[in-house]
Design a protein around this ligand. Structure first.
Ligand code: BG6
Length: 483
């Protein structure tokens, strides 16, 4: 079955870093239909040949030893380029003509991938609509929209309205690349393909949940984008809230897009938006020292590069269980992990005296880079009376499964081709997520809580650890051990 993938923003960073390497890998593994055409569209004046040549170099650079010339030579003839300006209506009939010519006039399913800067999404969608390029009468038409989907609730709503004027919701795939990660999907498998976790996955047994996405890298050359986004829009509205919904949701009746998304939406609905007073109490905002020296960053910038946020899911399962979300740049190490901290046994017979919740059972789900799961539990230390120690069962994907863990874009692109939207955000989901983030962003803009500075290479500002301690808890500041 033939198909055409049109990439808007073809000369951009995402195309060379993620999309083309993922499509090349899928082609190499024989997972793309034989009649696949990938058509790049942007203002840069490439020819088919010069675009192919440029991408062969960038793909090699990003894939390293996974790149082979022989596989590239098979893939390259599938790539085509059409120069054009996304803001100019007359670029679109020219694009349509080129696509129909490549498709030989045959009805061919098309995927329009918006890999442009977000300010061009509306223009692309409107023009696709005006020239009848979104109509599904003869063949399927799907549109993939990258993050950020809006910059707040109002803009996300407006974008959804523009999208829906042209595309029906079943044609729309809003990407959050975290959902394409194998370990994120495995969270659903862990919870719903095993019987042992679900009975204790609730307020009766769980004290709190910590979701951390720490990065050692600084903002670097992305200052212009980051100044307008900050950590809340860059990581919380999308990736961290997605991890929270998968951790907290009920089991869907079936593993199908709308069944799954209905359950995720219920979780987001159960998180009450915070008042400014609550934001002052329940969030920490930080900025690494030297952030203001980064290129394109204002010398007086108050953009947060670190945040910790305490959220509550107000339902029967989670009432009273805090979900702590934190993320930052320039932190100690790269790690994304979810920690489920269980409660203490109701009565401890082995020793008396005060104990902290950190000594109770803990399940650590390592999303990346040391993909795996550890279960911490008490064991009797041999030959030491009734001394106990927390030990762990340690599962590592790399120990049990051969081969590379594929980049999330491979899975997500395949899902779009197969029409499976399970791992994509629905319109209501994106808006609900903004509804949680907006009040925090607004309170921060008004100056509460104050911005706390931190040294690069630390776990955020020191006040963050104190804040947790004041709640009788402690962050798990663990850098994963890589083999
Ligand atoms: C992106 C953010 O969405 O996710 C980046 O814009 C961040 O700032 C990146 O670095 C993290 O993704 P990953 O897959 O490397 O964890």
């Amino acid at each position: 079955m033939a198909q055409t993938i049109v990439i808007f923003g073809a000369s951009g960073d995402l195309t060379r870093r993620k999309l083309i390497p993922a499509l090349y890998e899928l082609a190499r593994k024989g997972r793309l239909p034989p009649q696949t055409r990938v058509v790049g569209f942007s203002r840069t004046q490439y020819s088919d040949e010069s675009w192919r040549h440029y991408l062969s170099e960038t793909t090699q650079q990003f894939l390293g030893s996974k790149f082979t010339q022989a596989a590239w030579d098979q893939f390259a003839p599938w790539l085509f380029y059409q120069p054009g300006d996304i803001t100019q209506a007359d670029s679109f009939p020219a694009l349509e003509e080129r696509l129909s010519q490549l498709e030989g006039g045959e009805p061919t399913p098309r995927i329009y991938y918006l890999a442009t800067a977000p300010e061009f999404y509306e223009s692309a969608i409107t023009h696709l609509g005006s020239f009848g390029m979104a109509k599904e009468e003869v063949a399927l038409r799907r549109v993939v929209i990258e993050k950020p989907f809006g910059i707040d609730l109002a803009s996300a709503r407006r974008l959804n309205q523009s999208v829906h004027r042209v595309f029906a919701e079943h044609q729309v795939y809003r990407i959050d690349h975290y959902l394409g990660k194998e370990t994120v999907q495995n969270l659903l498998v862990l919870r719903f393909a095993n019987t042992i976790f679900e009975p204790i996955w609730n307020r009766n047994y769980i004290d709190h949940v910590q979701i951390t996405a720490a990065e050692a890298v600084t903002v670097g050359s992305r200052g212009a984008y980051y100044e307008s986004a900050g950590v809340l829009r860059d990581m919380f509205q999308n990736h961290l809230l997605q991890l929270l919904t998968l951790t907290a949701m009920e089991a869907p009746a079936r593993f199908e897009a709308d069944f799954i998304r209905d359950e995720k939406v219920k979780v987001l609905r159960a998180i009450p938006p915070m008042t400014p007073e609550e934001v002052a109490q329940a969030t920490i905002r930080g900025q690494y020292r030297k952030y203001r020296d980064e290129p394109h960053v204002s010398p007086g910038s108050t953009t947060a590069t670190f945040a910790a946020v305490r959220l509550h899911v107000e339902n029967w399962r989670w009432k009273g269980v805090p979900f702590y979300l934190r993320s930052g740049k320039a932190m100690s190490c790269l790690t994304t992990q979810i920690v489920i901290q269980f409660r203490e046994p109701p009565h401890m017979v082995f020793h008396s005296g005060p104990r902290s919740v950190q000594e109770a059972n803990r399940l650590v789900i390592q999303i990346q880079p040391a993909e795996g799961i550890q279960l911490h539990f008490h064991t009797k230390v041999p030959d030491a009376g009734m001394q106990l120690r927390l030990t762990d069962l340690n599962f590592r994907f790399r120990d049990k499964f051969a081969g590379e863990i594929p980049d999330s874009y491979q899975r997500l692109l395949l899902d779009v081709m197969h029409g499976d939207a399970s791992l994509f955000a629905r319109a209501d989901e994106v808006e609900l997520a903004w509804g949680i983030i907006d009040p925090i962003a607004q309170a921060w803009e008004a100056g509460e809580p104050p911005l706390a500075l931190y040294e690069a290479g630390e776990w955020g500002p020191p006040i963050c650890a104190q804040w947790m301690k004041a709640q009788g808890r402690q962050w798990f500041d663990l850098c994963p051990v890589l083999p």
